[in-house]
Structures are given as C-alpha cells and as structure tokens.
Design a protein around this ligand. Structure first.
Ligand code: ASP
Length: 308
C-alpha cells in the first residue's frame, strides 16, 4: 500500500523575551523569512524535516540579529558559550560511527558550552549521526565537530558589537531575545525539531540551558515535535517540549502550546515560548514573554511572519 504523502510544514522562532528595538524589526523579519524560505525549499523539494530545520537554524545562526552562533549572548565573563540540540523521528540517517550499532528510530544529538563552532546545530547533528551519544560538551564536542567537517573559528569571531553592548548594559534582569528554533514535518512523515542559543546574557560560565537538553528545549516523537525559548531553568524544570508534545497528542498543537506555557509559569515561574507541530501538520505556538517572533510555512498559506 502506498503511504499518503504528508503536506510539509515548518515553524521557526527567533526567541522570546523583551521586545527588541523597533529599528531592528524589519531586518529580523527579513532574516526570519529567509530562514523559513531555506527550510521551505528543502521540504517542497521532497527533502527531509531534519535537513529543513537544520538549514533554517544555520541561516539564523549566521545572522547577527539572533542570540545563536554569530551574535550569541555573552556570559558573565564576556565570553560566548553556546548550546544546541536536534531530535528527529523516525531517524533514518546513515550512521557512520563504525561500531555496527543500529541507528534506531529516534535520533537525538546535542552540544553544550561550545565556544569555537560557527554553527552549533551542525555539531549537534554530528553527535546524533556520528556517535553513540546524545550530548557532548566543550572542547571534546568542538573536536568532534571539526572531524565531522563543521567550520571552527576563534571564540571572538562570534561576538558582535550588539552582543557586547547588551552585555555591558546588562542588569541581570531580563532574558535576551533571540534563541532560534525550528520544527518541521516532511512529505515522508518525518518530524524534526532543532534549537540553538548563546544562552542568557551574564549567565555563570559553565551554565547549560534548556537548548542543549532533549525533552526540555527540543523534543520529537512520532506524534509531534517542539522547540522552546526563554528562561532555560524554568523550561528544564518542567521539560516543556516533552510536555507540549504529550498534550498536543490529546488536543491540538495550538491548545497544547497555551496549556504547556501556563503549566510552566504556574509551577516554575519564568518566561518562555514554544512552537510545536503534530504529525498531521498542525502548528501551535504560545509564549508568556513580552514578545516572540515566529515564521510559518504551510502549502496553503506559504511563508508568514508573526511578531507575537
Ligand atoms: N532558553 C535559552 C537558555 O536558557 C535562552 C533563550 O531562549 O532566550 O539558554
């Protein structure tokens, strides 16, 4: 029996937090539409959800306007330390780890505290496809990324004027707006989620946030996939992405996003946003911060940007 093709869909976020300066908004909007466009082209060309979410994330990591890759937030010592993760179901990629182990049907990979990788999402993907592990940290993760062909750089090459100014003005109060995330369903029914961040401005060196933690900042199973942004500590305490996918399987992604954010706020406090797709291609999103940028692609509506 031939399986009915799914309609591919994509949703991306550019972070939840304080509203960014008005003069940046047109450029952020363009950057998000460009990132969504990269994912759309892959999905409509019959490519995988995994390729689509990674392409959208790389586009945003390369932009100085987001808190990920180039433009990452700085820690208390003025340094970049980035986290990223990716999850995909079913996981059908060729695994080149050489130990003969099978890839299984769930793929997950993450890196934490990396400082020299231009596109941390590609390193997270390499952990998933080239090791038997899920999460790798620091310099060992950077070495793996280099072996996998990811571009390395000096840590200061990732620091923008904008991130430096924010760090200098930092008062320790507000989450920085700009972590990036992407979630997609492809024609073949694969669901994927990916998240990448520089974390929170002024964080303690060595602090790891939700964006590296499967189930918290990123999650996918055969029913749905999700990516989060906001106060990582609250997101981790409530495993927000796992929760929103679980709730979406009983309701709709739109309702699940609202319920999961409320549940997080009630039990852990803090501001966050979440995006979610279910296996039927329905999209959901919600946040309790001042602002959150998203862009969506559906075959019916094409690409749309929303400043929530
Ligand atoms: N969730 C990220 C972290 O806690 C930050 C953010 O999304 O703004 O590292």
């Amino acid at each position: 029996m031939t399986r009915r093709a799914n309609s591919p869909v994509l949703i991306i976020h550019g972070g939840a937090g304080v509203r960014g300066p008005a003069e940046e908004r047109p450029a952020r909007r363009r950057a998000m539409i460009e990132a969504a466009e990269r994912g759309r082209a892959i999905l409509q060309g019959g490519g995988s959800a995994l390729d689509a979410v990674c392409a959208a994330i790389v586009a945003m990591e390369d932009s100085p306007l987001f808190n990920a890759g180039y433009g990452s937030a700085l820690n208390a010592e003025g340094e970049v330390e980035m986290d990223a993760s990716v999850m995909v179901v079913p996981f059908t990629a060729v695994v080149t780890r050489g130990d003969g182990a099978s890839a299984g049907t769930i793929g997950a990979g993450a890196v934490a505290g990396v400082r020299r990788i231009r596109n941390p999402i590609q390193a997270a993907r390499a952990v998933m496809t080239q090791t038997p592990h899920v999460l790798m940290i620091g310099t060992a993760a950077e070495r793996l990324a280099a072996r996998a062909g990811c571009a390395l750089c000096r840590p200061d090459e990732l620091i923008t004027e904008r991130a430096r100014a924010r760090w200098q003005n930092y008062m320790g109060r507000e989450p920085q707006h700009g972590t990036v995330g992407a979630v997609a369903l492809d024609l073949h029914g694969q669901l994927a989620a990916a998240t990448s961040t520089g974390g929170i401005t002024g964080k303690m060196p060595g602090r790891v946030g939700d964006s590296a933690i499967i189930g918290a900042g990123t999650f996918a199973d055969r029913t749905g996939a999700a990516s989060a942004t906001g106060m990582g500590e609250a997101i981790m305490k409530t495993t927000l992405c796992r929760e929103v996918v679980r709730i979406a399987a009983r309701t709709t992604p739109g309702r699940a996003a609202v319920v999961a954010i409320r549940m997080m706020e009630e039990s852990a406090g803090g501001e966050a946003g979440v995006i979610v797709v279910d296996r039927r291609g329905r999209l959901g999103y919600a946040h309790n911060a001042q602002a959150m940028d998203i862009a969506t692609f559906t075959p019916a509506d094409g690409i749309r940007h929303h400043n929530l």
